[in-house]
Structure formats: C-alpha cells, structure tokens
Design a protein around this ligand. Sequence first.
Ligand SMILES: C[S@@+](CC[C@H](N)C(=O)[O-])C[C@H]1O[C@@H](n2cnc3c(N)ncnc32)[C@H](O)[C@@H]1O
Length: 222
Amino acid sequence: MTDPTPDAWHRVDAYLTRTLVGDDPGLDQAVADQRAGGLPPIEVAPVNGKLLNLLVRIAGARRVLEIGTLGAYSTIWMARAVAEGGHVVTIEAEAGNVAVARANLDRAGVGDRVEIKHGRASDVLPALEGSEPFDFVFIDADKESNTIYLDWAARLGRPGTVVVVDNIARGGEVANPASERSDVIGTQRGLEMLARDPRFDATALQTLDAKGWDGVAVALVV
Ligand SMILES: C[S@@+](CC[C@H](N)C(=O)[O-])C[C@H]1O[C@@H](n2cnc3c(N)ncnc32)[C@H](O)[C@@H]1O
C-alpha cells in the first residue's frame, strides 16, 4: 500500500498537473491576479480545469453557462473549448470578482466570447429563459442553491446538455446525514435531486487534488 496521506495526494496531483496540464501563462497569470486582488483560492484545480475543457469539447458544446465565476479561471478553460462561434455566459454576484474576471478573460484572449452577468444567480437565471438552449452547464456557486441551479440547468438546456456540479464531497462531509452545514445540506439535496429527478441521469466522483478532498458530479439532461 502506498502512502495515502495528504502529502502523497499533493505529490500525485503535482505530478499529474505537470505531466498533463503543464504551465499555461494565460491561466497562471489569471490565478496570480486573483490572489493579488484578494480573491479566495477557491478556483478549480488545474486538472479539473482541464477536465472541464475536455468535457466541453467531448460534448461539442457551443453554448456554455457557468454559475459562479470568481476570477474566471474555470471560465477561461471552458471558453477555450467551445465549438466554432461558441459563447459562454457566466454569472457572478460580487462586483469585485467581475472586474478581475473581465480583465483575466480579455488578457487570455477569450473576452469576445464570454458574457459576464453580474448579480445573484437566482435573479439572473430567469432572464436567460427563451434564449437558445445551453449545451453545457457548470454549477460552482453557493451550494445551498444547488437544487435551484439544477432546475434552471434542465430548463435552460435540452436533452443531451451536460451538467457538471463542483464540490460534491466537501471533505467527506457529504456522507454525513446529520451534517448541519448548510453547504453540505445543499450539496446532498442537489445529489438527491440528480438521483430522483427524471430530467437527469448522473454520477459523481470523489477527487483528491491541490484543493483537497472533494468531488464532481456529471449529469446528462435526458
Ligand atoms: C467557487 S467560486 C467559483 C470558482 C470558479 N468557477 C473557478 O473555478 O474559477 C464561487 C463563486 O460564486 C460566487 N457566488 C456565490 N453565490 C452566488 C450567487 N448566489 N450568485 C452568483 N454568484 C455567486 C462567489 O462570489 C464566487 O465567486
């Protein structure tokens, strides 16, 4: 049995990042500017950013919706992946984050294909009704609202839309039915919704990476 400690998983994550993701000046600078701007270090890990990029390409997605922009690290990964003529709409509640995100997107050369909607997602999402369906939805904001966001993902998507929900393991706390943490309860309700709502077929994986022990759910709108 190899060493299962956090040191070991950080070593493996660093190895995988070095081997399969590599250095990327646009993304590295985006993270540096987020840190300089005082944004919390809660963007997806590089291996997860690359996973989003690959999933958008595998889905052949042209229209992507993201809930929770922060400084646009994950947005850049997805904006680089959209098919010809593609477009990303990303929603962020904090004005300071929007400013950092806009600068990061423009410097990374994808600003022309990304629209940032400033506001609380539950207020912004209804205004997107009636637009062309989204092919890919990434949910990564306040976990308490995950069921609301999943409902909107199905309504704004179409059969075949891919939905990814981040942070579904919460350091293992998701398996605690007595948890009193509102983020954990929101995550549990979202996973239960993915299981029982006939609009979705889904699974979820635990992840161990630079951001610790967490996980990601992947769903298909059916
Ligand atoms: C985990 S961060 C997003 C990280 C980003 N997706 C990435 O990987 O680079 C969550 C973001 O959601 C935003 N947020 C939280 N609640 C929100 C809400 N109700 N509506 C819109 N954005 C919200 C936070 O301000 C924060 O920037």
